[in-house]
Design a protein around this ligand. Structure first.
Ligand SMILES: Cc1cc2nc3c(=O)[nH]c(=O)nc-3n(C[C@H](O)[C@H](O)[C@H](O)COP(=O)(O)OP(=O)(O)OC[C@H]3O[C@@H](n4cnc5c(N)ncnc54)[C@H](O)[C@@H]3O)c2cc1C
Length: 396
């Protein structure tokens, strides 16, 4: 019984899908990633890699490239709207240097560059899925279809494949939109290298951290909105409107918004309640398709990477006929953890945007265990998956 040469079809060439492809290639799966866009693309913004996924990416051989393209965040502070430090407790929030700011496009490119030629197939929008006991078939809008031993829906919050697992439903709008983008760091020369700042005020917060070896500063302004915007649809984020939202806050925020030019964009924030099921037979879900979360714990990408490693570990332990068993084990391992982070991300957003008096926002982050992230950062998905895979291997 061996998984070598089993055919894995991944639908969705975002960071989650491509990271899963790397993990599955490493355990000798015959992998294809089908992406609807004409080429792999990511939004022009940053992401923070936390220790729970950094370890995994280093294990996949990406350590040097992450050091080259990313930047270690050595000083993280939560501030009040006027700039006074509200919390500076690196051990609770994150230890100096244990997280990395990186441009999403840089991360996607470095993952994709490690895949063999021909693994990623752009221009394929998945429109259908069927399966029997023996195999699964995915079909695309260009008329093509492909047979697989396992199918992984990594097709994001508006997942098509999710509709083959649970009743279709709409994502939940959070009432918040994010203005986000990057600016050249040289335009804000006073910004201390390797520094992350999050300013919190009533109903809003503003986040800044460096990416691309410190050459760029990623900014996100979170503001309330009753306008529902499709999450995956990015509208231009008018810097004048953003400046109005944060007028009277710390002048550093003003300097950052002044440097935006016309390059920013706006993004409606959605999530879902945890799904009661991620898979069916030879089909499973991964990343935002399985557990879309608000960005207030900075874990969406990190959890997608954990998913990919867990999935590859389980699938590596079985032969073709036991693929559904491996997928069930993957789901059991992953569902509670990701549900807890989905919930924590909602709570964190409330905390950031609440005045300390009403919701305990700043106080809660500084004093309570609720938002303590050590349980997220110190988790080792490979160690957790190993005994489950061993049981699968032994026929359990
Ligand atoms: C403002 C903001 C800030 C964030 N900051 C962080 C952060 O600091 N850290 C962090 O870890 N996460 C962060 N996130 C979350 C993170 O962006 C997502 O969780 C992550 O990108 C999900 O990756 P994914 O690969 O699962 O899905 P996606 O990135 O959505 O990729 C899905 C892919 O599937 C393709 N696709 C969709 N439908 C089909 C189809 N039918 N056929 C073929 N292809 C299809 C899409 O084109 C896309 O390429 C943030 C999110 C937001 C909105």
């Amino acid at each position: 019984m061996s998984s070598t040469g089993l055919r894995a079809v991944i639908v969705g060439g975002g960071i989650g899908g491509v990271a899963a492809a790397m993990a599955l290639t490493r355990v000798h799966f015959d992998v294809r990633v089908y992406e609807q866009a004409r080429q792999l693309t990511e939004v022009g913004a940053g992401v923070v890699l936390a220790p729970n996924s950094l370890r995994l990416l280093e294990g996949l051989g990406l350590g040097d490239e992450i050091s080259r393209w990313g930047i270690r965040l050595t000083d993280t502070r939560l501030c009040q709207a006027d700039g006074r430090v509200a919390v500076h407790d690196p051990d609770r929030f994150s230890r100096p240097g244990e997280r990395v700011g990186i441009h999403r496009a840089d991360l996607l490119t470095m993952l994709a560059d490690h895949l063999p030629d021909g693994v990623v197939l752009p221009g394929h929008r998945c429109v259908g899925f069927t399966q029997d006991d023996d195999h699964a078939v995915v079909s695309f809008d260009n008329g093509e279809s492909v047979e697989a031993d396992v199918v992984i829906g990594a097709d994001g919050i508006h997942s098509t494949l999710q509709g083959y697992v649970v009743e279709p439903s709409e994502p939940v709008f959070s009432g918040v939109v994010a203005y986000r983008g990057v600016i050249p760091a040289e335009q804000v020369p006073s910004w201390p290298a390797g520094t992350m700042r999050l300013w919190m005020g009533d109903g809003k917060h503003f986040l800044v951290f460096p990416v691309r070896a410190g050459q760029l500063l990623n900014y996100v302004g979170f503001v309330p909105s009753d306008t529902q915007m499709r999450e995956s649809w990015s509208a231009p984020g008018d810097p004048v409107a953003l400046a109005t939202e944060f007028a009277g806050w710390d002048p550093v925020i003003g300097a950052i918004i002044d440097a935006i030019g016309t390059t920013g964009f706006r993004w409606g924030l959605y999530d879902r309640a945890p799904l009661h099921r991620w898979g069916q037979g030879r089909l499973t879900l991964l990343g935002d398709a399985a557990h879309p979360m608000l960005p207030h714990m900075g874990q969406g990408v990190n959890q997608a990477i954990e998913d990919g490693i867990a999935l590859a570990t389980m699938l590596d332990a079985v032969g073709r006929s036991d693929v559904p068993k491996a997928l069930a084990a993957y789901e059991t391992l992953r569902r509670d953890r990701t549900a807890r982070i989905q919930e924590g991300s909602r709570l964190n957003g409330v905390s950031y945007d609440a005045s300390g008096a009403v919701h305990g926002g700043r106080d809660r982050e500084s004093g309570g265990g609720l938002q303590n992230r050590r349980w997220i950062y110190d988790y080792d998905v490979e160690a957790e998956a190993a005994p489950v895979a061993a049981a699968l291997r032994a026929g359990g």
